[in-house]
Write a new protein. Sequence first.
Length: 353
Amino acid sequence: MAKNASIEGTSDGSAVDRLVDIDFARGLAVFGMYVAHLGGGPIPDDVGLVGNLMGLADGRSSALFAVLAGFSIILITGRKAPKSGEAGRQAVARVAIRALVLLAIGSILTCLGTRVAVILGPYGICFLLVLPLYRLSAQQLGLLAAGTALVLPQMRFLLFQLFPEVYLDPVVHGDYPAMTWVPFVIAGMAIARLSLDTQAMHWRLGLAGVALAALGYGGSWLALRLLPSVSAALKKVLVAAPHSETTFSILGNTGCAMIVLAACWLAMDALPHLRKLVWPIIAVGSMSLTAYVLHIVGIAYFNRMLGEDGSLSMLFGFVVVIGTFAVLWLRVFQRGPMEVLMGRITDLARHIH
């Protein structure tokens, strides 16, 4: 079984015991994005239980992906204690190189012309923005995550109002603007700094996630009903819809990510045989960069060959094929192909002294 410490597969022996749980969550995030990208477009309100469950993936799976990105940064730079000296400089360089490679891969995938908003480029930008924070404690990172979630969406809204002609994509604009996705990454860094070796901490993380989700989605629901006559522009600040980039949305989606992480830890601890049952999901999570790239390339291929970029049958096919590929690949190799490539490039950091 491959045990990868980061989303791209960098090993870190100190974290190895918990990585199956993280890979499980990461695999769920990848498949959630498959649902959002391949489910056949927006889900109508009257599609029933299956459609509503599929709608849950929109926005939340990418948020979970971003939270896990922050977790990965701490695994690379030192989870129990931040690396220092030469090891610290090399770890920082690894993250920076990783970010630049993600920017390059994201640009290439965007050029394929799919309708999918590729997350890898903004993901790399967020890596660079939060990298100076890797020495902070869990409490400091948690406070900073909360502060950026409260302040940055409002700053972004004001920038739109004051300077509508200024185009600062991808920091302010786009489907994953860095201003409103950095809080997810910082939250993941804070979670990674916690002592996650006990069920008590897993329960606390899950309950904190429930509270955040209730605050985000419930706060939005309450605000919209208490302020029914506000302008359309102000309502954009109060909604918690997917990719609305509001404080309510960030709080709600971060809470959902924490619930998923806690559930993965608790389920794996309570059900010893669960690992075998969900091994395809874990396998995909351990090579998530490969799985993400494959599904974008696949969507581009089917779009050009068949004129189709999403359907339930295509979604099922992608999940089965890529899940099977991941399982078979890991029977022979320790890491996915894109993870090997990323590892070789970031290994250049070893020359830093």
